[in-house]
Each structure stands twice: as C-alpha cells, then as structure tokens.
Design a protein around this ligand. Sequence first.
Ligand code: NAD
Ligand code: UD1
Length: 337
Amino acid sequence: MKILVTGGAGYIGSHTLVELIDAGYEVVAVDNLCNSQKHSLKRVEKITHGNIAFYQIDIRDKEALTQVFKHHKIDAVMHFAGLKAVDKSVQKPIEYYDNNIGGTLALVEVMQNFNCKILVFSSSATVYGDAHKMPIREDFPLSATNPYGYSKLMIEQLLQDVFQAGGGWSIAKLRYFNPIGAHKSGTIGEHPNGIPNNLMPHILRVAMGELDKLNIFGGDYNTPDGTAIRDYIHVVDLAKGHIQALHALIDKPQIITANLGTGNGYSVLDMVMAFEKASGKPVPYQITHRRKGDIAICYADPSYAYKKLNWKAKHGLKDMCQDAWRWQVKNPDGYLC
Ligand code: NAD
Ligand code: UD1
C-alpha cells in the first residue's frame, strides 16, 4: 500500500515515515519546507534503507497535489502539514486559517477526486481548552482560545461532516498531547526554522550552553510544586499510534477520535530534573511570570486508544530526555550540519 504523508519533512511526519517504511508501506511525502529541511527525509532513508518519493509543494496548491495523485496510486493519507505556533497564530490569524483549514480542504477535495478516502489527521489536546477535570477523555467539552486551537477544532468538524456525508470515508482524528524526544539513532529529531516556544527545545538550548537559564513560566499554579503539568509523550510512540490508527481505518470505514498521550502528568520542574539526570548536564532555571494562555494541568486518559487501536505509549521520561539529548549532541545545528 502507498501512503501519502503531508508535512513529511517535519518533526512528527519524519518519525512517522520511519515507522511506515519499517511496517512495509511505500511512502510519498509532500512538504513546502516552511518549517523543516528536506535533509530530514534523507536521514529517514538512511535509518530505514527505504525510499521516499518527495515533492516540495504547498498542499493548498490543488493542481500540484493532483499531479502527485496522478503519479502515485495513493491508498491513504497521513496529514501533518500545518502551522503550529500558538503565539504566531494570534499575530497572524489569516495565515493560520488559510494554511491549516485551506490546506486540509484542498487535500480532502483532491483525495475525493481520486477516490482516496482513508485519512489520519494531526489534532491536538489544545481542543480541550482548560479541561474541567483530569485525566482528559475524548468526550470532554471542546473549546479554543487562539486561532491555532480554532483551526484544529474547525478541521475536526470539517472531517466529521465529510465522514457523515457518506461515501465510505475512514478518518482518524488523533489528539496529541506534548510530543518530545527523538528517534533512538539520534539521526532525526526536532529542528524547526526559528526558535520555538516549547519547553524541551529550551531545555536543550540551556544544556548546550546557548542560553544562560530556563525561564519557568509560573511557580504559583495549584500543583504539588507550583509549576504547570503536562503529558509528555515520546515522538516514536506517537508515530506508532499513527500506524495502529491506519490499520484500524483500513480494516473498516469508520471515524475515530483518540487521545495520544501517556496518561502521566509531569511538572516543569519534574522535566528539568529528569533531563539533568538523563543528560548529566545542569539546567539552571528561574521562575518567572505565567505565560499568557497557559493552563495549569493537562494530561490524557489514553485508555480509548488502547481499546480501539491496541496502542499505548511505551517510553518513559528517561528515554524521552536521553533521546532528545542524543539528537541534540549529535546534531548541534540540526539538519544544517
Ligand atoms: P512541524 O512544523 O515540524 O511539521 C509540519 C510540517 O508541515 C513542516 O515540515 C512544514 O514545513 C509543513 N507544512 C506546513 N504547512 C504546509 C503547507 N501548506 N503545505 C505543505 N507543507 C506544509 O510540526 P510537527 O510538530 O511535526 O506537527 C505536525 C502536526 O501535528 C501539525 O499539524 C501540528 O499542528 C500537529 N501537532 C503538533 C504538536 C507538537 O507539539 N509538535 C502537538 C499537537 C499537534
Ligand atoms: C503548547 C501549545 C499547545 C500545543 C502544544 C504542542 C501554548 C499556550 N500551547 O502547549 O497549543 O498543542 O504546545 O505544540 O503555546 N514552559 C516553560 N518555559 C519555557 C517553555 C515552556 O516553563 O521556556 C512551560 C509552559 O509554561 C508549559 C510547559 O512548559 O507549562 C510546556 O510548554 P510547551 O512545550 O510550550 O507546551 P504547551 O504549553 O503544553
């Protein structure tokens, strides 16, 4: 079977390509490289000894996408392409809606034209807003506080409606919690263009000596140590969840909405300590003011994914930190070296 991976050069897409190739699928990747480098695909080929047919296109370009479907008989699509920085989405809402929603609309239209109806979509735990209790189940109320979150909510609705209209679509909406870590080989990892706001890239930069210290956003949350709690999940576990979802969708046409998290919540201070232990490097920090828009606690109930997809996360915090550190040390300039 041939699988099209949109956003394949990116962080989660590249790790999922490894799992797809290892599972015996043929793969085609498209990416406009707005937040990635195409070297990541070469590295995936190196790890897997596989081949990736790559097209540098924007998925909003229906004609270009159509050409890809004409060249390859695509059986299913994994759709990672999108913009993901919350703060930028507030500054540039039109760009975010255009890219995330416009891109998905163009994709499903072209898929429909080619009678390709199996789709795995990257959603986010952000669709739960500030959930009323923990752990978060898939049937909790949905909300958003920024254009990025709204774009994920709108795409989820769009896909629900496409499925409901009939015609044999089979769709998975996977709600990721906080992906971190890298492939065990240290050959691929996270290397966005520019400086990301997320916790692990900042910890890595402090451990490398590129930053003096980590700013911890808020020490007065109602949590055991006062810092905010999240469900960090190893990116390889996340990638494997996509393979399980694909199998379920191939098995029978259906729509699946599932959390991909570990079910464990760790505070920012837990992360700092786990990272120091795993890397042997100190991570000096200072506690500063809360970051606007942050919530205190967010972790998944992952039991539905286990029941439905026979999937659960296997890596613990130590692996996540060690693997992130290995990638960073082996590739201080990411894919640029
Ligand atoms: P990423 O930025 O590394 O990967 C996304 C890729 O899509 C990039 O390579 C980018 O160049 C490409 N892209 C963006 N817009 C495109 C377009 N219009 N046409 C073609 N390519 C385009 O991000 P990631 O962390 O791998 O995330 C993948 C998906 O998962 C995204 O949709 C993101 O919103 C979602 N997600 C990510 C996280 C996270 O923490 N990383 C959490 C929840 C959900
Ligand atoms: C963020 C996004 C969320 C998105 C997710 C995955 C926001 C408000 N939310 O989630 O929509 O789905 O990324 O891409 O941006 N922290 C620090 N210091 C730092 C960086 C982070 O203390 O330098 C803290 C944050 O306050 C948070 C935790 O670390 O408590 C995790 O932060 P981050 O990695 O940015 O993820 P989220 O905020 O959970």
